[in-house]
Design a protein around this ligand. Structure first.
Ligand code: TRP
Ligand code: SF4
Length: 334
């Protein structure tokens, strides 16, 4: 029997290259070998977007189209919407007894998110909501509702996975062996830096290239990318290792071209404008098949809806079986 993999994404915006190279590219390989559940985590997205329900709703469909566009096969991956699985909400309530408030407050991922969302949660997190503080509990429910054994996520999600394992251990020790402790699937890919050289690519940082970006947008963004600041004239040698244009060539250009860029940059036989133009061409070539596939789904929204409906139905079935076991263990199977 295939092992179960579960992962989730918050529908708050389109996928960018950071998502793609940092996580989603791995899903494509995994879809053949696992029983794959892919959650569109709208309930989690609402924890810090409760005042923007239309944004979350819109992005449920946007992100699903992005995921289909990169080559995930709906016959292999169960796409589902979190809010349509009531078992997740139920489990969240049960698990909330098994975790202390101070433990949640110490969760490094939650802590750093609170400090980034001052306008919502206050300068010192004094206006933190019960829902946001508790979303790791809900994420533990996401994973365990499907008997998720493997969770492919980036390093930033490790504290959430650890929190989930703790809840599982506590549950099993009190109510008897019922749940499995999920393991992280280490991604072979790395975190992608932003066009500005920032360690992280993100929407709020304004340094991201999106899978849906058109040629004009790509042109503008790449032209503004950070290069070796010491290079002023085009025939001056420079250091490609501190240049974001070279960094992106490594992601999307053929190996030979990458070597050429590196050599010529070091020799001073390559100008930055030319170098950027070549990156723009390579980037467009990379995005073309993704955007072609996306167009297919954009033109037929009913297919996207059907994929979500069918995936959700399968997910619901799996979660309700798991729920029976949980309620039995907790002696609430009246
Ligand atoms: N917290 C994840 C993120 O912000 C999204 C997510 C929701 C998730 N549920 C999950 C990830 C379950 C892994 C497993 O990207
Ligand atoms: Fe960067 Fe290319 Fe300019 Fe070198 S030539 S600094 S790699 S943009």
């Amino acid at each position: 029997m295939k092992k179960t993999i579960l992962t989730g994404l918050r529908p708050t915006g389109n996928l960018h290259l950071g998502h793609y190279f940092g996580a989603c590219k791995n899903y494509i390989k995994m879809q053949d070998d696992y029983d794959f559940y892919l959650e569109i985590a709208d309930v989690q997205a609402l924890t810090d977007n409760f005042n923007h329900p239309e944004k979350v709703r819109f992005n449920v469909f946007e992100i699903t189209k992005d995921l289909l566009a990169i080559g995930l096969d709906p016959n292999k991956v169960n796409f589902f919407i979190q809010s349509k699985i009531p078992e997740i909400a139920e489990l969240t309530v049960f698990y909330s007894n098994l975790v202390t408030v101070s433990r949640l407050e110490r969760n490094p991922t939650v802590k750093s998110e609170i400090s980034q969302k001052k306008e919502l949660f206050g300068a010192n997190g004094e206006s933190i909501t019960y829902g946001f503080l508790g979303y790791p509990v809900s994420q533990a429910a996401d994973i365990t509702a499907f008997h998720g054994e493997l969770v492919p996520v980036g390093d930033d999600q490790l504290p959430l996975l650890e929190q989930c394992r703790e809840i599982v251990r506590k549950f099993n020790s009190i109510y008897g062996e019922t749940l499995v402790e999920p393991e992280q699937v280490l991604s072979s890919t790395t975190r992608v830096k932003g066009l500005d050289g920032n360690e992280k690519m993100g929407k709020s940082l304004g340094n991201a290239i999106y899978l849906v970006d058109d040629a004009e947008t790509i042109h503008k963004k790449v032209m503004g990318a950070v290069t070796d600041p010491k290079k002023i004239r085009k025939d001056e040698p420079a250091n490609p290792d501190i240049c974001m244009v070279y960094y992106y060539h490594q992601l999307v250009s053929p190996k030979k071209q990458v070597e050429k860029v590196c050599q010529e940059c070091k020799l001073g036989s390559r100008g930055c404008v030319q170098c950027k133009k070549e990156l723009i061409a390579a980037m467009n070539l990379f995005l073309m098949p993704i955007q072609e596939r996306r167009k297919y789904y954009e033109q037929q929204p009913e297919i996207v809806q059907k994929i979500l409906d069918e995936g959700t139905e399968k997910a619901r079935k799996k979660a309700s079986e798991q729920m029976k076991k949980v309620k039995h263990a907790m002696k609430i199977d009246y």
